[in-house]
Write a protein that binds this ligand. Sequence first.
Ligand code: UDP
Length: 241
Amino acid sequence: MKTEILGVSFDNVTVSEAVSAGFALSLSDGFHYVVTPNPELVNIARQNEDFRTALNEADLVLPDGIGVVYAAQLLGRPLKARCPGIDFASGLIGKLAETGGRLFLLGAKPGVAEQAAENLKNRFPGLVICGTHDGYFKEDAPVVEQIQAAQAHVVFVCLGAPKQEFWMRKNGPATGAHLMVGLGGSLDVFAGVTERAPEFWQKLGLEWLYRLKKEPSRIGRMAKLPLFLVSAAGQRLRGTH
Ligand code: UDP
């Protein structure tokens, strides 16, 4: 069942339900993709119809960020849970490691995807990382060919939004991969380049505040978030959901 929040239709799933659904997609025929919008991405989607379509046509739309959960509550359509992209990714990696699924890591600065691959292989014995590529390339075709040659089943696409969502839609089918997941800065976290908030902050729903403390330059991006909740409240009052 989908829950619509300011124009984006989210899947109302727990992390483990999302992982099971994502894993099933990775085994099914054809090309599928997963998006993990946070309030910032919903805000972009409100202004950009192409991006909104790219989100809404994904096979799974996961609520990444406590702001989406709050907005759902304000709209009177509570979501079961927050589903951070990185938790979904970790769960999916666990399943791939158990079953021999082939994972390709695309994105971030040169060297980061390789470091993430090393760390993940240590954390998930048996995991097959069939290739990596940084996210600062000019031509799509050589990257598509590399993914195809690597016979990847799943690709984590970490190019930042909205670039990664457009990239998956445009190039995904030609790679032969069954599943792509847009995961923003997750490779930086897997590589240990940026640090995720400790569990204490995550449980309080304050991961965003921790990130702001570590990267104060994000204040401009985050300042728009209260507006997002006000818009959700406005949508409820107008009864337009
Ligand atoms: N990035 C990239 N290619 C680009 C622009 C960005 O690979 O052309 C990477 C960047 O290095 C970072 C990620 O995309 O690893 C975006 O991270 P950000 O923190 O903005 O994403 P968020 O987690 O907030 O969605």
